[in-house]
Design a protein around this ligand. Structure first.
Ligand SMILES: Nc1ncnc2c1ncn2[C@@H]1O[C@H](COP(=O)(O)OP(=O)(O)OP(=O)(O)O)[C@@H](O)[C@H]1O
Length: 457
């Protein structure tokens, strides 16, 4: 996690100094972690150490302040191995952290280059919001070119489309060493095409994209309106498809909603399987945070993770960012994790939750939604509709309030295991039962004070 803090600091620094300065001074710096609230940076020699103290200390402190440090501290240490090195060419920046323990057996350098090491199936938390997309991706990884071709995954930003595509790539690299994988965004595909036309290198371009075993194309919605690219992609698609090579496409919307997409491409996109990823529900968000914390060996209490999961509800990239902020805040201020610390760390980024939802609020809303008296929901009735409303109420109370399972149980005159059962019933049905999923979403929005228009913005 200290790598993420450092990445954030570097991002801040980069915006405030010139590129030349950045590469000369910051690229060679080694992040040595946060110790007792102080960011420790390894520099090459004592000259650099002095230079940093004089010229960049304030900037670094500002960067830490933007992460929530109240009394920002930076310490510079001269790296032993580099003590006598001159200020000569810089090291490459550190590789992104690799979270998975398994390394590909015979890694293909080019595959490794294109795939994010973090984006594996092992690191993908499966929930009702993404289980179909996950299952489809796994099926494709196991029998590429045979299960579903193409596999078309769509969903809003930051929900794991790229992660799943790369996971198939990693899986294939491990299972079938020697297979060629190409991952490309639609934008890069377009740029490559433009360059190939300009430089008269179309044969090379075609060979590159038509000789792969797995082609992953991100953000295919950007094909809209690009006729020449669509034409070329059409031929690429056909060549691969006819040779039973796997194609996976991602988009922010289903093919039928991509405007100005040629009919022949649209119909091809619909040949295989179209699957979507929805926003994760509370339990999945907590599970994702938990996995992230464990990978980074951070021991963070469940209740703190739950608070973060309540703040960030739709985008997983932002959810991870929020965890990073909480970790940064607590380590830079040298205070242990707590709900209060987390709330403070996130208060600059997210509006504090204005209304504190109470159990009774949830029950009332559920009663209105299902058109039955609140007391009936709380009562002992076993009629199916009543049981469903009761389970939804318990599920939402757990998600939207801070009450524990025994407290919720008491509120309904039941014990905590009944509540646990209700929650797992609803969790199981989400994504499968459209009516129930719709009810839960509507109720959640209503209670978070979002009307539908705002929620979609
Ligand atoms: N189910 C999941 N389990 C664990 N991490 C996830 C999951 N889904 C998404 N993530 C993480 O969330 C971040 C965003 O995911 P990703 O980049 O795949 O989103 P995306 O849908 O491709 O977004 P965009 O449309 O912006 O490209 C990544 O760090 C990814 O690892």
């Amino acid at each position: 996690m200290s790598q993420e803090i450092w990445a954030d600091v570097l991002g801040y620094v980069r915006k405030n100094i010139s590129e030349v300065e950045y590469h000369t001074w910051f690229a060679p710096v080694k992040n040595l972690g946060v110790q007792e609230g102080s960011l420790v940076l390894g520099v090459r020699n004592s000259f650099a150490q002095e230079w940093f103290r004089k010229h960049y200390l304030e900037l670094l402190e500002d960067a830490l302040r933007s992460l929530g440090a109240q009394n920002p501290q930076v310490t510079f240490q001269v790296l032993p191995a580099a003590q006598d090195a001159l200020l000569l060419p810089t090291d490459p920046p550190p590789a992104p952290p690799i979270h998975t323990g398994r390394a590909p057996s015979t890694p293909l350098p080019e595959n490794r280059k294109v795939l994010n090491p973090k984006y594996t199936f092992e690191n993908f938390v499966v929930g009702p919001n993404n289980n179909l997309a996950h299952a489809a991706a796994l099926a494709v990884a196991e029998s590429p070119g045979k299960a579903y071709n193409p596999l078309f995954i769509y969903g809003d930003v930051g929900l794991g489309k790229t992660h799943l595509m790369h996971a198939v790539g990693h899986y294939m690299t491990e299972r079938f060493p020697g297979k060629r994988i190409e991952y490309v965004s639609t934008e890069s595909f377009t740029n490559d095409l433009i360059n190939a036309i300009r430089d008269d290198k179309m044969t090379l371009f075609r060979n590159r994209y038509r000789s792969v075993d797995l082609l992953l194309v991100d953000d295919i919605q950007f094909l809209a309106g690009k006729e020449r690219t669509q034409e070329e992609f059409f031929h690429t698609f056909n060549a691969l498809y006819e040779n039973h090579k796997q194609i996976i496409l991602s988009s922010d919307r289903p093919p039928k909603d991509i405007q100005t997409l040629e009919g022949r491409l649209r119909s091809r996109f619909e040949w295989g399987l179209i699957t979507d990823i929805q926003s994760p529900e509370f339990e999945t968000r907590v599970a994702i945070l938990k996995m992230n914390a464990e990978h980074n060996r951070i021991n963070i209490p469940q209740e703190v993770l739950e608070l973060i999961a309540r703040q960030v509800t739709s985008n997983i990239r932002e959810l991870e960012g929020a965890l990073m902020r909480v970790v940064a805040f607590s380590s830079l201020n040298n205070v242990p994790f707590s709900r209060a610390v987390a709330a403070k760390a996130l208060s600059n980024v997210f509006a504090p939750q204005e209304v504190k939802v109470e159990m009774m609020d949830v029950l009332r809303q559920v009663a209105v939604h299902y058109n039955m008296p609140a007391e009936v929901i709380r009562g002992a009735g076993r009629v199916r509709e009543v049981v469903t409303a009761r389970q939804v109420a318990q599920y939402l109370i757990r998600e939207l309030t801070d009450h524990s399972l025994p407290e919720i149980g008491q509120f309904f005159g039941r014990d905590h295991s009944t509540v646990m059962h209700a929650i797992s019933k609803v969790t199981e049905a989400l994504g499968k039962d459209a009516e129930l999923t719709g009810s839960v979403d509507t109720l959640r929005r209503r209670m978070q004070g979002l009307d539908d228009e705002e929620a979609e913005a």
